[in-house]
Design a protein around this ligand. Structure first.
Ligand code: CO
Ligand code: ZN
Length: 330
């Protein structure tokens, strides 16, 4: 079940550079159901399910395991932690947030009063309840990373909200694709990638090494269906989105059109995504070696990079159907 797989993955540990918790969870979910599974130097988990066709194409499908976080840079004598962002941490989304470290230490992310203008990350600190620097350093070390505490809840019948939905929802999709694809024509090279949020680093290395025939990035995209938010022209619940372009890539027309064809064959409504910002693993694959034909299938997501990233499960179900077709028709 997609919703159960999603919840399991949302609960796993995985800031950029420390994705082992998510990787271990995926290994457990996929063990015995795929043809090969290995981890590379970057920590990418690479999972293959072989195609049946003599001329099977190798399709790299990438979903990033990492989520944004906050790394401890120093500790004040009063015991407060100073932090730097790991990936795109927003100030508004961060204030008074409950955060958690891998060892279970919890804290509250707070901004000190600022004289002029808006608070910046350098004005923030994490209060972990320590009396002083010594006690704080017995709880966490410099370089430890905190993430927004994983609070998962349903909104209405179809929607789920949690931190790390970017990109665990795509990890859940890729897990289910690898579980449910059966005797498909082409080989699925599933890459659960690392360090996407700090610059598509894992996928870049994987695409070079794997040299696939085609690439697909799976990621969230932004939304335009809440008050006064008009761009991009994307609605939750209106289907997954086929990316035309964002600031990292212009989808290869052949791959983009094959995604539209797959959607039509699957009877799934899809949206056309033109995003004036952002980037995904799809770009890292497309720009590998001498260029690899690549596109991106997106899950519409509200409040991206907040602790309440919200998706619609109907878009997830649709995306899974599209992918099951895609690996057969392309
Ligand atoms: Co992101
Ligand atoms: Zn993402």
């Amino acid at each position: 079940m997609l919703r159960d797989t999603l919840k399991t993955l949302l609960s796993a540990w995985g800031p950029s550079g420390g994705e082992h918790g998510v990787a271990d969870t995926i290994k457990e979910l996929l063990g015995g159901h795929v043809d090969s599974m290995r981890t590379d130097v970057m920590g990418n988990l690479i999972v293959e399910k072989y195609g049946t066709d003599d001329n099977a194409k190798r399709i790299m499908i990438s979903a990033h395991m990492d989520q944004i976080g906050l790394v401890v840079t120093s500790v004040e004598k009063e015991g407060y932690l100073r932090v730097h962002n790991v990936g795109g941490i927003g100030m508004k989304a961060s204030e008074y947030r409950r955060v958690v470290f891998e060892n279970g230490v919890e804290g509250v992310l707070v901004s000190q009063p600022v004289q002029q203008g808006e608070a910046k990350l350098k004005d923030m600190f994490i209060d972990i309840g320590a009396q002083d620097r010594e006690e704080a350093l017995s709880m966490v070390q410099l370089g430890d990373v905190a993430v927004y505490a994983p609070e998962i809840f349903s909104l209405g019948k179809h929607r789920v909200s949690a931190p790390g939905m970017d990109d665990r929802c795509a990890c859940a999709l890729l897990v289910e694709l690898l579980l449910y694809a059966e005797d498909q024509k082409n080989t699925i090279v599933g890459v659960f990638s690392t360090q996407e949020e700090v610059g598509l680093r894992g996928a870049k290395v994987a695409a070079y090494a794997l040299e696939p025939d085609l690439g697909i990035g799976l990621d969230v995209t932004a939304w335009g269906d809440t008050p006064e938010t008009k761009l991009p022209d994307i609605k939750l619940g209106a289907g997954p989105a086929v990316k035309i372009m964002d600031s990292s890539m212009i989808a290869t027309p052949m791959v983009r059109d094959a995604l539209f064809d797959a959607a039509e064959a699957a009877g799934v409504a899809v949206q056309r995504e033109v995003l004036p910002f952002g980037g995904t693993d799809g770009a890292a694959i497309q720009h590998a070696r001498g260029g690899i034909p690549s596109g991106t299938l997106s899950i519409p997501c509200r409040y991206v990079h907040s602790a309440c990233e919200t998706i619609d499960m109907r878009d997830m179900e649709g995306a899974l159907k599209v992918l099951l077709q895609f690996v057969n028709i392309v």
